[in-house]
Write a protein that binds this ligand. Sequence first.
Ligand code: ADP
Ligand code: MG
Length: 279
Amino acid sequence: MAKDRRVAVINQKGGVGKTTTTANLGAALARMGKRVVVIDLDPQANLSLHLGVDAAEGSPSIYQVLLDELTMEQALRTTETPNLSLAPSNLDLAGAEVELVSAIGRETRLRDAIDAWIRRHQEQHGEHPFDWLIIDCPPSLGMLSVNGLVAVHEVFIAVQTEFFALRGLSKLLDLVSLVKRRLNPSLEVSGIVAGLFDSRRNLSREVLEELRTYFGPRVFKTVIRENVRLAEAPSHGKSIFDYAPESNGAADYASLAKEVVARAEAEDAPPSVEAAQGA
Ligand code: ADP
Ligand code: MG
């Protein structure tokens, strides 16, 4: 069976495109007919607002799921995009970082909730509840991000093609290794999403080169160009495909989604006869 696709979009630096990528990659995959669930793990709730969901404090959110007060099903909301649902967040989640510290099973809360949901869904409907699950992590490496890393199989690191882009990445990679060793052997850094790219700037091109040297083919070929439409879409509560379907931003995220799916399909495909013989 194909392994289910669960991705955490992470970088402890803010403003590098994590939320923009989660919202618009999620929407692009949904438009390709995939059943997509995105989870907002940032108390700032930018992802929720981006997708037009306002979960006021006290209303169902991923916060209660982490505290075992609600199931995933109870927290999920539909969005304007068919096939795309969201587990929203709000400022309540800021408390979770502290509240979880003394909780039993604190690192595995989110994974446990997702696994329980998958089991129930399988029993009731005879199928997996999603094709893709994408988690938007907060700009820190605390308990919330750890929960995100434990709940997925893959990490996409969002980086801004700017000076200092690689700064702090070793700390992030150390955390990923630690989580892999202790809590989640399936975890891999499988994608680097280079964003806010301005081809006119030498610096952008240099940083991209540096990323490719370091991470090799894990850097997606699709680079997300700087595009003002991507910055405007969140305040309209729409994905880029609903807000500005003709924009470069829409083209880039559609292209990224195709690349992401092609990679996944190549991994899931049984090895070809030539590959098996060549080994
Ligand atoms: P993070 O979630 O890592 O903090 P965001 O996705 O919120 O980063 O992006 C930071 C800011 O930059 C937001 O205002 C967002 O709208 C804007 N932004 C993100 N990607 C692009 C892009 N490719 N072009 C222009 N603006 C962008
Ligand atoms: Mg964000």
